[in-house]
Design a protein around this ligand. Sequence first.
Ligand SMILES: Cc1cc2nc3c(=O)[nH]c(=O)nc-3n(C[C@H](O)[C@H](O)[C@H](O)COP(=O)(O)O)c2cc1C
Length: 320
Amino acid sequence: MSAASNVDLSVSIGGLTLRNPVMPASGTFAEGLEKVMDFNRLGAFVTKTITRELRAGNPLPRVVERPGGLINAIGIPSKGVPYFIETIMPHYAAYDTPLVVSISAPTAEGFASLAAELSIPGVAAIEANISCPNIEEDGKAFAMRAESTQKVTRLLRTATELPLWVKLTPNTGDVPEVARAAEAAGADAVVVANTILSMAIDLKSFKPCLGNIMGGLSGPAIKPIVLRQVFQCAKAVKIPVIGCGGISTADDAIEYMLAGASAVQVGTATFLQPAAMTTIIDGLEAFCLRRETPRVADLIRGVIIEEADEPDLAWLDPVS
Ligand SMILES: Cc1cc2nc3c(=O)[nH]c(=O)nc-3n(C[C@H](O)[C@H](O)[C@H](O)COP(=O)(O)O)c2cc1C
């Protein structure tokens, strides 16, 4: 319950109760932001993805702006697990906000052993970023296919008793099928989604703008696409769906919740407006007060689909 009003902002995400549904998207948040916001107001912390091996990341340039969005090819630079535990974790221990650790590995077994290693006091949940290349499948991301998603999620499930969130890619044709595979293998929630594969070319040099040639599009430009995927996934699975893609205002977050998201992650917006998340939390509360909605959770899946005289919504989810 918020101190200022009677609105209950809490949400339940697979065994974890969050004080509100707003949290950072992996890779867009870091310790220094405590200078511009009270970390105890966030629903959760989500760390930058970490890997076991030390990684330098992709060649420069790694980021380019485009109208309504940002294309990044950072490439998950990582200083490894001991650095994370000794140097990064203590920053978050001072706050009463659950710490969700995002992990990545090149194999399903690597994911599982990293999850086991990080299932330690102070970590509230594991977010498996399975939008990364699977070296056993020619570098195709795990989350591109239901089978590889099921395999990695099953191994992760046996490796940790912590709540397990699986972050999907929007770059596959059937995200709901992949979400179903994650649910069947024991995920407690799915995060929909990572960035959309994209490209930009510089007209002076005729060269790609990014050192990696291609990168992931994020920001307002992707919101309608990911919102649609959240809607489809929320129809396909019973576990909570966490929406992530182009959220920069409370209205965006509300739209995601109405589409079926139980919580939301905010990424690119934080680069433009460092305190975006707390502004969104305030806006959610104000919206609920205005609408006389006692619990923000009442918004989840609240979209009203009017049945037409001859309903033909099969194309929304051809499988079910
Ligand atoms: C600079 C940058 C770095 C990112 N790093 C990660 C990462 O380490 N792990 C991950 O799962 N997603 C990463 N993402 C993707 C975001 O977590 C998020 O899924 C995506 O940006 C869509 O949300 P947004 O439109 O609110 O930014 C990154 C995005 C950006 C822009």
